[in-house]
Design a protein around this ligand. Structure first.
Ligand code: 13P
Ligand code: G3H
Ligand code: ZN
Ligand code: ZN
Length: 305
């Protein structure tokens, strides 16, 4: 069933588990996400960025909504990193049930102002809202406190921000970053900061940049002829711990990009004569489903639907 973000994330926060919010850009990705959620009886969020909307538009949104509506588990369709009021409202008009307004690169006051406008409009239509405070980016463990404070989310500021905006859930900067290169070895996550924010705020918290970049997938990518440097993602144990402290929505895109490319590369390498798209995109869908299943088990959302 198609539900709002709050319908999925409030129980997740209360139950101390995380729900994957996976980016989609086509039918196969959407099927891998929702069908894996059904197989595992897990709630799930499917998110489209502004880039995904530009690429797939209403066609793709309708595919997501249709599969979600027929699904036997709760699914939300979420706008990832909406950059303006207009963008958020456009997504709502397209049928999204959850929207992010990301004004985190503006001043605190400007972020509050922009977020509040979106919250007022979205709530009038029964749609839930994610906002962001802080700057996403990898940090080194030994970095001095002042430097961390410069861009990671300040707990007291987070409280003021939520009071002033009424946002339903909040993306916080805790050391994660987007993409396949999150730092050397095991990227540092500021668990104490998550715990402090989780104590002060009862709403669901959101972790962007949460791909695990599994080394097995990275190796298969290389074996299939792909080129990739020192790729590293968020360790499974770090995500498990973050969910204990209040993270309820866990954003994953990079892992699906890698997994789908691995499936395609392996299918083409295995049979150079192949040109049936189902024999190429089908394996991509299968590898994505495996990565999604692993993530849902790590987050603890299995069996919660
Ligand atoms: O945060 C994300 C989308 O908003 C995706 O993060 P990854 O790049 O770690 O998959
Ligand atoms: O946070 C960004 C997501 O990974 C989406 O990326 P995109 O804007 O290229 O679709
Ligand atoms: Zn942002
Ligand atoms: Zn993000």
């Amino acid at each position: 069933m198609l539900v709002t973000g709050n319908d999925i994330l409030i129980p997740a926060r209360a139950g101390k588990y995380g729900v994957g919010s996976f980016n989609t850009n086509n039918m196969e990705i959407t099927q891998a996400i929702i069908h894996t959620a059904e197989k595992l009886r897990s709630p799930v969020m499917v998110q489209m960025s502004e880039g995904a909307i530009k690429y797939g538009g209403q066609d793709l949104a309708n595919i997501v909504k249709d599969i979600a509506t027929r699904a036997t588990v709760p699914v939300a369709l979420h706008l990832d990193h909406g950059s303006s009021y207009e963008s958020a409202l456009n997504a709502i008009r397209m049928g999204f049930t959850s929207v992010m307004i990301d004004a985190s690169h503006h001043s605190f006051d400007e972020n509050v102002h922009e977020t509040r406008r979106v919250v007022e409009a979205a709530h009038a239509m029964g749609i839930s809202v994610e906002a962001e405070l802080g700057r996403l980016g990898g940090i080194e463990e030994h970095i001095v406190v002042d430097e961390k404070d410069a861009f990671l989310t300040d707990p007291e500021e987070a409280v003021q921000f939520v009071e002033q905006t009424g946002t339903d859930y909040l993306a916080i900067a805790i050391g994660t970053s987007h993409g396949a290169y999150k730092g050397k070895g095991r990227p540092y996550i500021d668990q104490a900061r998550i715990a402090r924010i989780g104590e002060l705020l009862g709403i669901p918290l959101v972790a962007h940049g949460s791909s695990g970049v599994p080394q097995e997938i990275v190796e298969r990518f290389r074996t299939g002829g792909g080129q990739i440097g020192d790729a590293a993602g968020i360790a499974d144990d770090d995500l498990r711990e973050a969910c204990q402290h209040g993270i309820a929505k866990v954003n994953v895109d990079t892992d699906l990009r890698l997994a789908s490319t691995v499936g395609i590369r392996e299918a083409l390498m295995a049979n150079a004569k192949e040109f049936d798209p189902r024999k190429i995109f089908g394996p991509a869908r299968d590898v994505m489903a495996q990565v999604i299943e692993h993530k849902m088990r790590v987050l603890g959302s299995v069996g919660k639907a």
